[in-house]
Design a protein around this ligand. Structure first.
Ligand SMILES: [Ca+2]
Length: 227
């Protein structure tokens, strides 16, 4: 027991001597005085070189492994930080460019393709067609165009027109031509073609060259500016 204790004491003195010797050698190499604080020797980073640091080293005395070049490690970390900073700068530039592109696209996108397009469909005079758009809003720009039987596209009588009157000279029966939309909701819109909107209805009748034999409905969502 006594021998063991003696052995520990001698070993400890030996280890401390070696460590102090190393520190001494290191300080000479670094041109530092013996009494100067050396952060590399401050194992627990508490700003003081004392037995706590020696204890940590002493406990590992005699072990071997792959050494770490702390300076090289620090330089490598600094290099990586610089790379990250360069990437950040590049990303910031990209974001600025993207923002400029978004502003440009918003300013120049124009009407673009419609959010809903019925395509051409035929509609009989005096009837109504219900179109389902399912756009989820009534903030819509509604654009309707017509096409007669000969394929001429027009906007004559859009909204509905009344012609003729019994007090005209000569009197002629009142008739209604054209087409209008109504009943807009977030899911559908109704299109009505008036009763006398027919091609070739004869003298005094509506003009057949601008009849609404076919119609096409296009809807655009009205974009609110960002708040
Ligand atoms: Ca310390």
């Amino acid at each position: 027991m006594m021998l063991k204790k003696k052995y520990i004491v001698i070993s400890s003195i030996g280890i401390v001597s070696i460590l102090l010797g190393s520190l001494f050698y290191y300080n000479i190499v670094q041109g530092q005085g013996v009494g100067d604080y050396d952060p590399w020797a401050d194992i627990n980073d508490d700003g003081k070189i004392d037995m706590r640091d020696v204890y940590v080293v002493a406990r590992k005395f005699g072990t071997t492994g792959t050494p770490i070049n702390k300076t090289a490690l620090l330089l490598e970390l600094l290099r990586r930080i610089e790379l990250l900073e360069a990437n950040m700068t590049e990303m910031k530039t990209t974001i600025i460019e993207l923002n400029a592109t978004i502003v440009y696209l918003n300013d120049t996108r124009g009407l673009g393709p419609p959010d809903y397009d019925s395509g051409w469909f035929s509609i009989a005079a005096g009837t109504s067609v219900c179109l389902t758009h399912n756009l989820g809003t009534t903030d819509l720009l509604v654009y309707v165009i017509g096409k007669n039987a000969e394929g001429n596209i027009h906007l004559f009588g859009y909204g509905g027109d009344a012609f003729g009157s019994l007090i005209d000279n000569p009197p002629r029966p009142e008739c209604h031509q054209g087409l209008y939309w109504r009943g807009l909701t977030t899911t559908r819109i109704y299109i009505d073609r008036l009763l006398q909107d027919q091609s070739g209805a004869g003298s005094g009748a509506p003009r057949g060259d601008v009849a609404w034999d076919n119609a096409r409905v296009m809807l655009w969502k009205i974009q609110e500016p960002p708040t």
